[in-house]
Write a protein that binds this ligand. Structure first.
Ligand SMILES: CC(C)(COP(=O)(O)OP(=O)(O)OC[C@H]1O[C@@H](n2cnc3c(N)ncnc32)[C@H](O)[C@@H]1OP(=O)(O)O)[C@@H](O)C(=O)NCCC(=O)NCCS
Length: 150
């Protein structure tokens, strides 16, 4: 069974290569090491990696909260490890951490075109919020973030 360990930026090049391999993961400047370090520092203990038996990265999840709602980003499992419950284990681990902090609701942004991702989240008890439109604006000269689901 894959081991789940704290998310570590020591594995950044490997992680980035995995994220880049999948259109379900939208990457922006927030995925550069300095920005990720800030996210991890603000949200200790909520983000994780899964490892293969050989110690390679098999899965990722980033999770955090703003004191009110939880947010999950970049859930990813390598193709050879999919369908074995690893995505579920990563999500459950982050949800446990958020629950322990008193967070009562968590949001995930999924590309509308990512039917597999949407099916996964529905299995995990998430519902699509047809009554809400996500609206975004870039700050500090960034674009509107339209290239990314989050
Ligand atoms: C989505 C993803 C993380 C799922 O990981 P996984 O390890 O295969 O998922 P699990 O094996 O834990 O599956 C959990 C449940 O979701 C279901 N599920 C997983 N992927 C599914 C898919 N593509 N379509 C339908 N159901 C799916 C499983 O059948 C399982 O159902 P069960 O609880 O009834 O047994 C993985 O497919 C992935 O990395 N996809 C590419 C990146 C991505 O799109 N991430 C989501 C971004 S929002």
């Amino acid at each position: 069974m894959s081991e789940i360990v704290p998310f570590s930026l020591n594995r950044y090049p490997e992680i980035l290569e995995l994220w880049r391999s999948d259109t379900g993961i939208g990457l922006t400047r927030s995925d550069e090491p300095e920005e990720l370090a800030r996210f991890l520092e603000r949200n200790p203990g909520l983000s994780h990696l899964a490892l293969t038996d050989e110690g390679a990265v098999a899965g990722t999840i980033l999770a955090g909260h703003d004191g009110r709602r939880g947010f999950i980003y970049h859930l990813f499992v390598i193709p050879g490890y999919r369908g074995q419950g690893l995505g579920r284990r990563l999500v459950d681990k982050s949800l446990e951490g958020l629950t322990a902090l008193g967070i009562e609701k968590v949001h995930i942004m999924v590309f509308g075109s990512n039917s597999g991702g949407r099916a996964f989240w529905k299995k995990r008890g998430f519902s699509e919020r047809g009554e809400i439109s996500l609206m975004s604006r870039g700050l500090a000269g960034n674009d509107t973030g339209k290239a990314c689901g989050c």
